[in-house]
Design a protein around this ligand. Structure first.
Ligand code: RB5
Length: 142
């Protein structure tokens, strides 16, 4: 699959580990930065990943900031984007089954690489259930 990835300085280290993991797993990665620990603004990186999803250049996105909160808020401002801040395995599953999330979000200061790998694997293989959940996600769009 093609995966678009982006992070601010709070997520930079975790992002690099994830990019390597995705490549080793056979995925194509669109790495939108950031590429150092210099301070940057998370909405800029949310926008780059959002664009890849909206333009269907990538199937899923991965966004990381320090807490995961700011970059989730930024991504979810955009039409067609359902970015889920995932902190456990059940959220990884439910965000796909019930919310058809297209971006998985982590807090780089709160989620380890080992945890993130598990959540990503679950996120990628879990299908959206549709049905009543489709009506609900359609109502999200304004
Ligand atoms: C940056 O220090 C931090 O504020 C940012 O990564 C994020 O946690 C914001 O929600």
């Amino acid at each position: 699959m093609i995966i678009s990835v982006g992070a601010d300085h709070g997520g930079f280290e975790l992002k690099d580990s994830i990019v390597n993991y995705l490549k080793k797993s056979g995925h194509e990665v669109l790495d939108n930065g950031t590429f150092s620990s210099d301070s940057v603004d998370y909405p800029d990186f949310a926008k780059l990943v959002v664009k890849d999803i909206q333009q269907e250049k990538a199937r899923f996105g991965i966004l990381i900031c320090g807490s995961g909160i700011g970059i989730s808020i930024a991504a979810n401002r955009h039409p067609g984007i359902r970015a889920a801040l995932v902190t456990n395995k059940e959220f990884a599953k439910l965000s796909r089954q019930h919310n058809n999330a297209n971006i998985i979000v982590f807090g780089g200061r709160f989620t380890s690489f080992e945890e993130a790998k598990e959540y990503i694997d679950i996120f990628f293989i879990t299908a959206f259930e549709g049905g009543r959940h489709l009506n609900r996600i359609n109502k999200i769009e304004v």
